[in-house]
Design a protein around this ligand. Sequence first.
Ligand code: MCN
Ligand code: MOS
Length: 700
Amino acid sequence: MTILGRPMDRVDGPLKVRGAATYASDVTYPDLTHAALVQSTIAAGAIRRIDSARAEAAPGVLAVITHQNAPRLADPPSEPFYPSARFPLKDDKILHHGQHLGVVVAETRAQAVAAARLVTVDYEETAPVLGIESPDAAIVRNPYGIELERGNVAAALASADVVYDETFKIAAETNSPMGLFTTVARWEGDRLVVHDSTQWTLMVRRTLATMFGLSEESVRVLAPYIGGGFGAGLRAWPHTMLTALAARVVGRPVKLVLTRPQMFNSVGHRPETRQRVRLGATRAGRLIAIDHEGTSTRGIADGNVEPITLATGAAYAWPNVATHDRHVLLNIPAPCAMRAPGSAEGNFAIESALDELSYQLQIDPIELRLLNYAEVHPQSGLPWSSKALRECFRTGAERFGWAKRDPRIGSMRSGHHLVGYGVAGVTYEWFSSSCKASISIGRDGRARVQSAATDIGTGTYTIATQVVAELLGVDVSQVDVAIGDSDMPLAPQSGGSGLAISLSGAIENAAANLQRKLDELRGGRSGESYVDILSRHGLDELTADGEVTPHPEQASMAPSPAFAAQFAEVHIDADLGLLRVARMVTAVDGGRILNEKLARSQIMGAVVMGIGMAMLEETIFDATGRVANATFGDYLIPVNADVPDLDVVFVGEPDRFNALGIKGVGEIGIIGVAAAIANAVYHATGRRLRSLPITIDQLL
Ligand code: MCN
Ligand code: MOS
């Protein structure tokens, strides 16, 4: 292979730099109207009455739609693992602060925003249930069945030489992609065309088709470009439903662009979590039992998955395992997926706990992990389809200079700063789905691939180009990629770090089918070019479809997760407690890497997000359930000064489960960052911080 793996520049880069890539907010129509939302200022209760009269009379206003006059729609459907949002104009109930109570449509955006302020709402207020510790909150089992029981944890803990038992807390965080989520909806008779900021065109299509009682073919969802998602685009959100509804009511196209504060209460967030970890070990460092309890917050009427303990059972070779996942139901805007949902939180607890044990047992932290290395899949006993976690630790340690670490707490200094080294291991269960693609080859020699998949900044356009070029043996400049359109062949979400696997599998299958058709046409004339074959047969182009379904549970091999080892060096001002990450090294087993440059960008971006999670990010709900820091002035994310030298290295080999040997890399880079930093902080200071974000007050 010569084109796969190559660190090729993004094929859509020039378009983006020139402003020629059309994001949803760039879409316009001659008769376009604009919408603004009316949002609840209480977190719980009901609407007694909404008075829209002044808004309706305001300049330019075409409609004010509330639950009092909204046409009835069917309930949105739920996808497996991707629960739907509740349509907020269904009734008079208020379940969270910021809930959409209405939408105002006007000739201009300014008119819509001004009129939305004139809508008055009379509330029947009840006390909201807020905070993960609320005694009034209902607690339910995570409905997605991710709990696990292996062996006998209670007996093993009772017989262990060393027992560890601690609790971890992580603040809620908000995805905050740069691109403000936008919907532009237009009805063409009974056909609905929607441009949307989404990671999953077919999910939005299905949701709108169901709600409006249309066939799926009557809805077209376009998302050729999206300014980041990080999981926020994995649900069909109420503002999208409302824009489609508004366009039907006014009989003209409608555009709705969320404001930055609305991005904090309308498109999901990483829930607040609490975890308890109990570990049992022998003196020699053999981990014999783990009990992992994860609890996350959830909106009262919204589903969410948040699989905190998903990776726990397979991460190390502990013979006795019990995991528990609970949801606390609150009057908060719906939490949803945020990069490595559940896994990022679960890893912080597990990898911090292992670090603590390493000091108790006086075993090097890497050594402790290798002593408990899962050589085979711990649940099934089957060999992994590939696993280079040992290599991640070895190569990462070498590049980081782990050997220079003095294990004694507070022993390393750089001038006025305490220096700490920390490490975390990562096992990440990526998630792939069925996918289709079609490839055509034209008489002009160009290859064209189509799929409903999205590129959310990840590089889908580029890797699809590379896969087609590699498999058909054409130059990358001869390949056109068309994606982000639900009318194209079925594709899953950009999500669960599974799109590269799914889409390249579908392309691989389509390319094989195309080659077969070409071979038939070639009829033994070996060496005849595609162009010659097509012209000899008088064909303008030849097309083949391809499809891939996720690997079935196989009897001989366990499908391998992706793996990583992450290393952090921190510097802490000895007097002021100021914490800075000096450098980070991440070694990743992502199977075959499709594009070295893009994959590296994925890891670097995720590490930056991990630094945010570890040290800065916190979505704060005040006593009324309002997000109190819903701006980029108040919600802290890493800036350049917070981001040190980030070293990324790929190790391992092509996986044996899919044709091209790929594993997902879009999320893995965030997962071990918080634990690596917290472990480094402990090494530097002797302070064990089990609550994120780590702030200066915790270090003073
Ligand atoms: N890649 C590669 N080799 C592999 C696997 C992937 O070179 N073996 C590169 C490709 O450039 C590919 C990208 O990594 O396009 C991501 O591939 P994959 O791991 O399959 O992830 P998805 O395409 O499913 O993307 C979703 C993933 C997730 S779940 C989140 S959250 C996330 C992420 O990607 N959100 C992102 N990365 C993001 N990057 C950007 N810029 N913006 C986001 O919103
Ligand atoms: Mo990623 S949180 O699965 O979009």
